[in-house]
Design a protein around this ligand. Structure first.
Ligand code: SAM
Length: 277
């Protein structure tokens, strides 16, 4: 037992929280597992934690029982708010829950550094937020680490190396400014209801500085275009980015006939610098 609150099955029954597909709701019901995921975020004592999509609160309770100074939980489903109020009462002054869309709410006014992020989110919201968290104009970002649950296939894209099928925009943006690692694999049965595919937890630690200099917006645009048409040669895949793309590719030593999959992070950063200059 990690706290004196009711088991998650009882919480869901009491609050009639039938899972909604439209909100990507697949809940973790094992509090030992959610505490384990919370520990993967590192030492939480003295840190504020931003949690996106707490649902019935399994991970929230894990984060609090593992010693987070404060948790800010942003949840779109209003049915979860009475559950958040019960958890807040059990952990006085340590949980602040906001009912809203994580893509719209600015959490920074409610958080004090050091800040860690933890979430088990629907896939599309998760990747969108990940890209935002990785591409602010300046670095280091507001967060020290991200501990995020993804579909296993997405997790593999985040840690992928050049020359592999999974290599693309997510790998480049993640590995440019952080050190991403898959720290836990979870089968569908770990969730209720079980999703169709396996999941994995990725831990990303923010590097003090990006591995190579580049403008975040330019790099994001270049890799998005390059991998949008990943089978094409770069000189045609990147034509939309700059009509003189071939000159830029040659200037930084990338063969214009190369495909995106073969180009490493350092070369993409050099290309972004050339385009920006
Ligand atoms: N963290 C809980 C757990 O592990 O059991 C719930 C995980 S469930 C996969 C995803 C949660 O994110 C749901 O509670 C859902 O309502 C919430 N959610 C979906 N879209 C959201 C959004 N745009 N902003 C905030 N929360 C969202």
């Amino acid at each position: 037992m990690i706290d004196n609150l009711p088991p998650l099955r009882d919480v869901i029954a009491t609050h009639e929280l039938a899972a909604k597909k439209s909100l990507g709701q697949n809940f973790l019901l094992d509090l030992n597992l959610t505490a384990k995921i919370a520990r993967m975020a590192g030492d939480l004592t003295g840190a504020d934690v931003l949690e996106i999509g707490p649902g019935p609160g399994g991970l929230t309770r894990g984060l609090l029982s593992e010693g987070a100074r404060r948790v800010l939980a942003i949840e779109k489903d209003p049915r979860c708010m009475p559950i958040m109020a019960e958890i807040a009462a059990a952990y006085p002054n340590r949980l602040h829950a906001i009912n809203g869309d994580a893509l719209d709410v600015n959490p920074l006014e409610h958080l004090t550094p050091p800040i860690k992020v933890a979430a088990n989110l629907p896939y599309n919201v998760g990747t969108e937020l990940l890209v935002r968290w990785l591409t602010p104009p300046t670095w280091p970002p507001f967060w020290e680490s991200l501990t995020l649950m993804f579909q296993r296939e997405v997790a593999q894209r985040i840690v992928a190396k050049p020359g592999t099928k999974a290599y693309g925009r997510l790998a480049l943006l993640a590995q440019w400014r952080s050190d991403p690692k898959i720290v836990l694999d979870l089968p569908p049965e770990a969730f209720s209801p079980p999703p169709k595919v396996s999941s994995a937890v990725v831990h990303l630690k923010a590097l003090p500085a990006p591995r190579f200099e580049a403008d975040a917006g330019t790099l994001n645009r270049v890799v998005a275009a390059a991998f949008n048409q990943r089978r094409k040669m770069l000189r045609s895949a990147l034509k939309s980015v700059d009509p003189a793309i071939e000159d830029h590719l040659n200037a930084v030593g990338i063969k214009p006939t190369e495909r995106a999959e073969q180009v490493g992070l350092e070369e993409f950063c050099a290309l972004a610098r050339s385009l920006k200059g």
